[in-house]
Design a protein around this ligand. Structure first.
Ligand code: MGP
Length: 182
Protein backbone atom coordinates (compact mmCIF):
# COMPACT_ATOMS: atom_id res chain seq x y z
CA UNK A 1 0.00 0.00 0.00
CA UNK A 2 1.24 3.52 -0.79
CA UNK A 3 1.44 5.17 2.59
CA UNK A 4 0.73 8.91 2.79
CA UNK A 5 2.73 11.16 5.11
CA UNK A 6 -0.43 12.23 6.93
CA UNK A 7 -3.81 10.80 7.79
CA UNK A 8 -6.53 12.84 5.98
CA UNK A 9 -10.22 13.22 6.71
CA UNK A 10 -12.94 14.04 4.19
CA UNK A 11 -15.90 16.16 5.37
CA UNK A 12 -19.18 16.96 3.65
CA UNK A 13 -21.30 20.03 4.26
CA UNK A 14 -24.93 20.26 3.15
CA UNK A 15 -26.71 23.53 3.71
CA UNK A 16 -29.81 23.10 5.86
CA UNK A 17 -30.66 26.69 6.68
CA UNK A 18 -32.74 25.87 9.77
CA UNK A 19 -29.67 24.40 11.49
CA UNK A 20 -26.55 26.14 12.81
CA UNK A 21 -23.63 25.99 10.35
CA UNK A 22 -21.62 23.48 12.37
CA UNK A 23 -24.50 20.96 12.53
CA UNK A 24 -24.45 20.70 8.73
CA UNK A 25 -20.87 19.50 8.67
CA UNK A 26 -20.27 15.72 8.63
CA UNK A 27 -17.10 13.65 8.77
CA UNK A 28 -17.21 11.13 5.92
CA UNK A 29 -14.06 9.07 6.44
CA UNK A 30 -10.33 9.19 7.06
CA UNK A 31 -7.54 7.52 5.06
CA UNK A 32 -3.77 7.35 4.93
CA UNK A 33 -2.96 5.38 1.79
CA UNK A 34 -2.99 6.25 -1.91
CA UNK A 35 -5.31 3.30 -2.62
CA UNK A 36 -7.87 4.39 -0.03
CA UNK A 37 -7.75 7.92 -1.42
CA UNK A 38 -8.60 6.69 -4.94
CA UNK A 39 -11.32 4.32 -3.81
CA UNK A 40 -12.92 7.18 -1.87
CA UNK A 41 -12.50 9.65 -4.74
CA UNK A 42 -14.07 7.32 -7.30
CA UNK A 43 -16.90 6.39 -4.90
CA UNK A 44 -18.18 9.89 -4.09
CA UNK A 45 -19.96 12.40 -6.33
CA UNK A 46 -17.82 14.70 -8.42
CA UNK A 47 -17.89 18.18 -6.90
CA UNK A 48 -19.54 19.56 -10.05
CA UNK A 49 -22.49 17.21 -9.46
CA UNK A 50 -23.20 18.42 -5.92
CA UNK A 51 -26.05 20.83 -5.32
CA UNK A 52 -25.45 24.48 -4.53
CA UNK A 53 -24.66 25.12 -0.90
CA UNK A 54 -22.63 21.92 -0.49
CA UNK A 55 -18.92 21.72 0.38
CA UNK A 56 -16.27 19.05 0.52
CA UNK A 57 -13.35 19.60 2.86
CA UNK A 58 -10.20 17.51 3.13
CA UNK A 59 -8.26 18.21 6.32
CA UNK A 60 -5.45 16.60 8.22
CA UNK A 61 -6.99 14.17 10.67
CA UNK A 62 -7.70 15.95 13.94
CA UNK A 63 -8.26 19.40 12.41
CA UNK A 64 -11.91 20.37 12.01
CA UNK A 65 -12.64 22.29 8.77
CA UNK A 66 -13.71 25.45 10.55
CA UNK A 67 -12.16 28.79 11.53
CA UNK A 68 -12.58 27.97 15.22
CA UNK A 69 -10.24 24.96 15.28
CA UNK A 70 -7.06 25.87 17.19
CA UNK A 71 -4.98 24.86 14.13
CA UNK A 72 -6.97 27.19 11.85
CA UNK A 73 -7.83 30.21 13.92
CA UNK A 74 -4.59 32.14 13.30
CA UNK A 75 -4.52 31.01 9.68
CA UNK A 76 -6.05 31.85 6.36
CA UNK A 77 -6.68 30.57 2.87
CA UNK A 78 -5.45 30.84 -0.70
CA UNK A 79 -8.72 31.36 -2.51
CA UNK A 80 -9.53 30.39 -6.09
CA UNK A 81 -12.81 31.95 -7.22
CA UNK A 82 -14.37 30.47 -10.31
CA UNK A 83 -16.85 31.80 -12.82
CA UNK A 84 -20.18 30.01 -13.24
CA UNK A 85 -18.97 28.62 -16.58
CA UNK A 86 -15.93 27.02 -14.98
CA UNK A 87 -18.07 24.50 -13.07
CA UNK A 88 -18.28 22.48 -16.27
CA UNK A 89 -14.85 23.14 -17.72
CA UNK A 90 -12.41 23.37 -14.80
CA UNK A 91 -13.90 22.70 -11.36
CA UNK A 92 -13.36 18.95 -11.00
CA UNK A 93 -9.82 18.98 -12.37
CA UNK A 94 -8.80 21.96 -10.17
CA UNK A 95 -10.24 20.24 -7.09
CA UNK A 96 -8.53 16.92 -7.89
CA UNK A 97 -5.22 18.73 -8.37
CA UNK A 98 -5.79 20.49 -5.03
CA UNK A 99 -6.37 17.12 -3.33
CA UNK A 100 -3.23 15.68 -4.93
CA UNK A 101 -1.19 18.69 -3.74
CA UNK A 102 -2.39 17.99 -0.21
CA UNK A 103 -1.94 14.26 0.04
CA UNK A 104 1.33 14.40 -1.91
CA UNK A 105 2.64 17.11 0.48
CA UNK A 106 3.55 19.26 -2.53
CA UNK A 107 4.74 22.30 -0.60
CA UNK A 108 8.20 21.04 0.40
CA UNK A 109 9.25 22.00 3.91
CA UNK A 110 6.09 24.09 4.28
CA UNK A 111 3.61 21.24 3.82
CA UNK A 112 3.23 21.08 7.58
CA UNK A 113 1.69 24.57 7.46
CA UNK A 114 -1.19 23.19 5.39
CA UNK A 115 -4.35 22.34 7.33
CA UNK A 116 -6.62 21.31 4.48
CA UNK A 117 -8.68 22.40 1.50
CA UNK A 118 -12.31 23.30 0.89
CA UNK A 119 -14.52 23.39 -2.19
CA UNK A 120 -17.72 25.45 -1.99
CA UNK A 121 -20.40 24.74 -4.61
CA UNK A 122 -22.31 27.99 -4.98
CA UNK A 123 -24.77 29.34 -7.55
CA UNK A 124 -22.95 32.67 -7.54
CA UNK A 125 -19.64 30.94 -8.46
CA UNK A 126 -17.74 28.04 -6.93
CA UNK A 127 -14.66 28.44 -4.73
CA UNK A 128 -11.66 26.27 -3.92
CA UNK A 129 -9.19 27.11 -1.17
CA UNK A 130 -6.16 25.74 0.64
CA UNK A 131 -6.16 26.61 4.33
CA UNK A 132 -2.88 27.19 6.15
CA UNK A 133 -2.10 27.43 9.84
CA UNK A 134 -0.56 30.83 10.44
CA UNK A 135 -0.99 34.05 8.47
CA UNK A 136 2.15 35.50 10.06
CA UNK A 137 4.38 32.82 8.46
CA UNK A 138 4.85 34.94 5.36
CA UNK A 139 7.55 32.76 3.76
CA UNK A 140 5.49 29.60 4.14
CA UNK A 141 2.27 31.24 2.98
CA UNK A 142 3.81 32.75 -0.16
CA UNK A 143 5.69 29.55 -1.02
CA UNK A 144 2.47 27.55 -0.75
CA UNK A 145 0.66 30.12 -2.90
CA UNK A 146 3.29 30.10 -5.63
CA UNK A 147 3.49 26.30 -5.80
CA UNK A 148 -0.29 25.96 -5.69
CA UNK A 149 -0.81 28.44 -8.52
CA UNK A 150 1.77 26.62 -10.64
CA UNK A 151 0.29 23.19 -9.90
CA UNK A 152 -3.15 24.44 -10.95
CA UNK A 153 -1.62 25.66 -14.19
CA UNK A 154 -2.97 29.18 -13.70
CA UNK A 155 -1.60 31.83 -16.04
CA UNK A 156 0.85 34.29 -14.52
CA UNK A 157 -1.72 36.97 -15.39
CA UNK A 158 -4.18 35.46 -12.92
CA UNK A 159 -3.78 36.84 -9.40
CA UNK A 160 -4.87 34.78 -6.41
CA UNK A 161 -5.23 36.18 -2.91
CA UNK A 162 -4.67 34.94 0.64
CA UNK A 163 -7.12 36.02 3.29
CA UNK A 164 -6.97 35.65 7.07
CA UNK A 165 -9.88 33.63 8.53
CA UNK A 166 -10.19 36.29 11.22
CA UNK A 167 -10.99 38.82 8.46
CA UNK A 168 -13.32 36.43 6.60
CA UNK A 169 -15.20 35.65 9.82
CA UNK A 170 -15.78 39.30 10.70
CA UNK A 171 -16.24 40.82 7.26
CA UNK A 172 -19.28 43.01 6.79
CA UNK A 173 -19.17 43.15 2.98
CA UNK A 174 -18.65 40.22 0.63
CA UNK A 175 -15.05 41.30 0.02
CA UNK A 176 -12.29 40.30 2.41
CA UNK A 177 -8.97 42.06 1.94
CA UNK A 178 -6.00 40.06 0.71
CA UNK A 179 -3.01 39.74 3.04
CA UNK A 180 -0.88 38.33 0.23
CA UNK A 181 -1.24 37.81 -3.51
CA UNK A 182 0.73 35.66 -5.97
P1 MGP B 1 -19.06 30.00 3.24
O1 MGP B 1 -19.85 28.76 3.16
O2 MGP B 1 -17.62 29.86 3.52
O3 MGP B 1 -19.18 30.87 1.91
O4 MGP B 1 -19.64 30.92 4.37
P2 MGP B 1 -20.43 31.36 1.03
O5 MGP B 1 -21.62 30.49 1.26
O6 MGP B 1 -19.94 31.51 -0.36
O7 MGP B 1 -20.75 32.78 1.64
P3 MGP B 1 -19.91 34.13 1.56
O8 MGP B 1 -20.29 34.86 2.81
O9 MGP B 1 -18.46 33.79 1.52
O10 MGP B 1 -20.34 34.87 0.34
C1 MGP B 1 -21.03 31.16 4.54
C2 MGP B 1 -21.36 31.30 6.00
O11 MGP B 1 -21.18 30.03 6.64
C3 MGP B 1 -20.49 32.25 6.80
O12 MGP B 1 -20.90 33.59 6.70
C4 MGP B 1 -20.67 31.69 8.20
O13 MGP B 1 -21.92 32.08 8.72
C5 MGP B 1 -20.71 30.20 7.95
N1 MGP B 1 -19.36 29.62 8.07
C6 MGP B 1 -18.51 29.32 7.07
N2 MGP B 1 -17.36 28.81 7.59
C7 MGP B 1 -16.22 28.36 6.84
C8 MGP B 1 -17.49 28.80 8.94
C9 MGP B 1 -16.64 28.40 10.00
O14 MGP B 1 -15.51 27.95 9.82
N3 MGP B 1 -17.14 28.53 11.25
C10 MGP B 1 -18.40 29.05 11.48
N4 MGP B 1 -18.81 29.17 12.74
N5 MGP B 1 -19.22 29.43 10.50
C11 MGP B 1 -18.77 29.31 9.22
Amino acid sequence: MGALSSMWALWFFKNVKSQPWQCNLRLVTAFNTVEDFWSLYTHIQLASKLSSGCDYSLFKDGIEPMWEDSRNKRGGRWLITLSKQQRHSDLDSLWLETLLCLIGEAFDEYSEEVCGAVINIRAKGDKIAIWTRETENREAVTHIGRVYKERLGLSSKVVIGYQAHADTATKSSSLTKNKFVV
